[in-house]
Design a protein around this ligand. Structure first.
Ligand code: PMP
Length: 460
């Protein structure tokens, strides 16, 4: 095993360019090769066991050994491994999936457009919204509103909507008209002396001011994750989404819910927008749609979004947008089976039931001297590590403490995501009470060792 592991690591270091990785550090340190998975656990190629506390990339709802998904893929591959959906061609699994998504998503959403990734889905939304406004004879209405610290993907348009400096810097992004608003995270961006209600009012006043300044006739859509996830797991302040929806409606601005992480029960409601009480015109879905067993995403749109797009396609000949893998029969067959399992096992109900112990477990760490805030909703949460609890002062070298915590976590058999110095958890949807307790035990041991290790490394 060691010889094999060493040769795998050497080949990876020589031939792979890893996403979201310090490439020079990787050349020295090499990969963590994950070899197999079962339930909520994975094992590396040296046989060490880990609880996958982030469900891969916030996505493996079904856990790592759901045979029904493998069987659905196999059966579909034998029957029809590939067909496209261009020029009115169709296949049964993609039709059934569109129908199912129209049924389970909120009322106004009736149609699905399929892509392979969340980034492609959000790029598709940008193009659909532009196409629609051109069709409606208002070519100036093109700007998107997004938020600082949002994550909407990394392609040219979706990466522009993302509000994280590391995804913009040196990539020449943003490259589309977008305005990023204040991140709605009260702990970090609430002003001194401001309570949460006043923070919400300030965010909504900013939204109205930006619309007034740019002109509503230039602003096409507002896009947001119901709970901002990859930027640091930040639930919105009370009243925020209600206000955003009201202002968008008043200004004829489409509201896009990016539910790539919050969708399919993660917050204890079928979709994240339902947790926070708003209704989008457009929705992005991916990740948990197949539990990431196959790459797939969907853009859900309502009839009033669809109408002008369909009219324009008739005028110009076709809706000139689509991917080779749009509506891929194997990916959509796996999604259908995954959604059937989700219903049978009631993942949404499980998340609603486990929200209390999961969130209480996290908040119990709020007393730790390095934890500034413990936060989350449903089955997603984070611990924000700070240099000074009283002033919320971050560490001098952002990310170093997060990396150290992550390494100790690995040693303790818990994989979580260090987003800078924020430690994110988002376990598979099949977790039990005992699993939640074990995740908190391992996180607790990680935090117990962190202070001494940080002192030894000169971080505190
Ligand atoms: N939107 C959100 C909210 C996401 O979290 C992500 C991925 N983390 C994306 C879009 C992009 O998805 P993908 O990585 O499949 O392109």
């Amino acid at each position: 095993m060691d010889a094999l592991s060493n040769s795998l690591a050497a080949a990876d270091m020589a031939h792979t360019l890893h996403p979201n990785t310090n490439l020079r550090a990787h050349e020295e340190n090499g990969p963590l090769v994950i070899a197999r998975g079962e339930g909520i656990r994975v094992w590396d190629d040296r046989g060490k066991e880990y609880i996958e506390g982030l469900a891969g990339l916030w996505s493996v709802g079904a856990g790592f050994s759901q045979k029904r998904l493998a069987e659905a893929a196999y059966a579909q591959m034998l029957k029809l491994p590939y067909y496209h959906t261009f020029t009115s061609k169709a296949n049964e699994p993609s039709i059934r999936l569109a129908e199912t998504l129209a049924e389970i998503t909120p009322e106004p959403l009736t149609r699905a457009f399929f892509t392979s990734s969340g980034s492609e889905a959000n790029d598709t939304i940008v193009k659909m919204v532009w196409y629609r406004n051109n069709a409606l004879g208002r070519p100036a209405k093109k700007t998107f509103l997004a938020r600082n610290k949002a994550y909407h993907g990394i392609t040219v348009a979706s990466g522009s909507l993302t509000g994280l400096p590391v995804n913009h810097r040196d990539f020449d992004l943003p490259a589309i008209p977008v305005r990023h608003l204040t991140c709605p995270h009260f702990y970090r961006f609430g002003a001194a002396g401001e309570d949460e209600a006043a923070f919400t009012r300030r965010l909504l006043a900013e939204l109205e001011a930006v619309i007034a300044e740019e002109g509503a006739d230039t602003i096409a859509a507002f896009i947001g994750e119901p709970l901002m996830a990859a930027g640091g797991v930040m639930p919105p302040p009370a009243g925020y989404w209600e206000g955003v929806e009201r202002i968008c409606r008043a200004n004829d601005i489409l509201l896009v819910a990016d539910e790539v992480i919050c969708g399919f029960g993660r917050l204890g409601t079928p979709f994240g927008c339902q947790k926070y009480g708003f209704t989008p015109d457009i929705m992005t879905l991916s990740k948990q749609i197949t539990s990431s067993y196959m790459p797939l995403a969907a853009v859900m749109i309502s009839d009033h979004v669809y109408g002008p797009i369909a009219d324009n396609s008739a005028r110009v000949g076709v809706f000139g947008h689509g991917f080779t893998a749009s509506g891929h029969p194997v990916a959509t067959a796996v999604a259908l089976e995954n959604l059937a399992i989700m219903r049978e096992e009631d993942w949404t109900g499980n998340a609603a039931r486990l929200e209390a112990p999961f969130q209480a477990g996290l908040r119990a760490f709020a007393d730790h001297p390095l934890v500034g805030e413990a936060r989350g909703d449903g089955l997603i949460g984070a611990l924000e590590l700070v240099a000074d609890k009283a002033t919320k002062r971050p560490f001098e070298t952002p990310g170093a403490m997060g990396r150290l915590a992550s390494a100790i976590g690995h040693d303790e058999g818990l994989i979580f995501r260090a987003i800078g110095d924020q430690l994110a958890l988002c376990p598979p949807m099949i977790v039990t009470d005992d699993d939640v307790a074990e995740i908190m035990t391992r996180m607790g041991r990680t935090l117990e060792r962190l202070t001494d290790a940080a002192k030894a490394d000169g971080l505190i």
